[in-house]
Design a protein around this ligand. Structure first.
Ligand code: ATP
Length: 289
């Protein structure tokens, strides 16, 4: 797929071949996964609880060695790439103020990489982008949930990583705040090109943020589909969330998950009882208060 979105892009092709990952001597959580992620594309991983999304993400990030198979980044080993992480827990340093949390990745870049004036400038710029100017002396515990999430995003992006891994970064937030954070992330990406590889339970979030969506099934864990996302090519256009292409893609992902669950459970076919079309969904949205 040729992306038409005017979004700076980072990174070459990712190839995953026959990847098998296990915890200790337990039965493998994921077995023989193979898929490709074309140059520069971002990936969302979705699927029901326990299907191995986080396990796969940690293997892609090089944090868990596979039992067999390989993960190949065209640019080199994952350890040669500049990566960053946002976990569900956010992992902010509670004893450090907002400013210090943001500055830390710049300090860790190496003693001479950024001098004090540059660090000050970059932190001030990021605070502005995050809408956190004026809160720099607070501790994370003195921020709202949404402000903490923004701080975690800013800390992950301030040193300009090539790849940002995220595991359910916005899951603790209500739907509207989630959307606002997704917008902040898209805006930061325009300034700091970064490739996203992330796990989410929110299919709308996957469709809004990713070029490609890897849909996993459970029991046994398997790849149900690796879907190109035509909605994401319009990511810079206003009102994308209300467009039919967006609803269509959300529906396709839902259907893929439901059909897999139907086949497995032998229970009533959920995929047969959802008569909603993209138009119905649009009408529902318009009528929502
Ligand atoms: N550290 C661990 N040791 C042993 N088993 C683990 C460990 N972490 C996860 N598992 C098991 O691996 C399987 C997949 O877990 P994983 O967290 O990857 O799934 P997930 O799809 O991300 O789940 P969720 O959506 O609930 O977060 C589960 O059966 C889980 O119990």
């Amino acid at each position: 797929m040729q992306p038409t979105v005017d979004m700076p892009r980072a990174g070459g092709r990712l190839e995953v071949r026959d990847l098998t990952v296990a915890y200790g001597r337990d039965r493998p959580v994921i077995r023989n996964f193979s898929f490709d992620l074309p140059e520069g594309e971002s990936l969302a991983i979705v699927g029901e609880s326990g299907c191995g999304k986080s396990t796969l993400l940690t293997a892609l990030a090089g944090l868990r060695a596979p039992v067999s198979g390989r993960v190949t980044w065209e640019e080199g080993a994952i350890t040669d790439l500049k990566t960053s992480f946002v976990w569900q827990s956010l992992a902010l340093f509670p004893w450090k103020r907002v400013r210090e949390n943001l500055e830390l990745p710049l300090l860790l870049e190496g003693r001479n990489r950024y001098d004090a004036a540059e660090r000050e400038h970059l932190v001030a710029e990021m605070l502005e982008e995050l809408g956190l100017t004026g809160l720099e002396k607070r501790f994370p515990s003195e921020l709202s949930g949404g402000q903490r999430q923004r701080l975690a995003l800013g800390r992950a992006l301030i040193a300009k990583p090539e790849i940002l891994f995220m595991d359910e970064p916005f899951s603790a937030l209500d739907a509207l705040l989630r959307e606002r954070l997704q917008d902040v992330l898209m805006s930061l990406r325009r300034k700091h090109p970064v490739r996203l590889l992330f796990v989410t339970h929110d299919i709308a979030e996957a469709v809004f943020l990713a070029d490609r969506i890897l849909v996993l099934g459970a029991r046994p864990s398997r790849i149900l589909a690796c879907l190109e996302n035509p909605a994401h090519t319009l990511a810079d256009e206003p009102g994308l969330r209300d467009r039919a292409v967006n609803f269509d893609m959300i529906r396709t992902v839902h259907r893929t998950l439901r059909e897999a669950a139907d086949t497995r459970d032998g229970s009533p076919r959920l995929s047969d009882v959802d008569p909603l079309t993209a138009d119905d969904l649009l009408k529902k949205e318009e009528g929502a208060c």
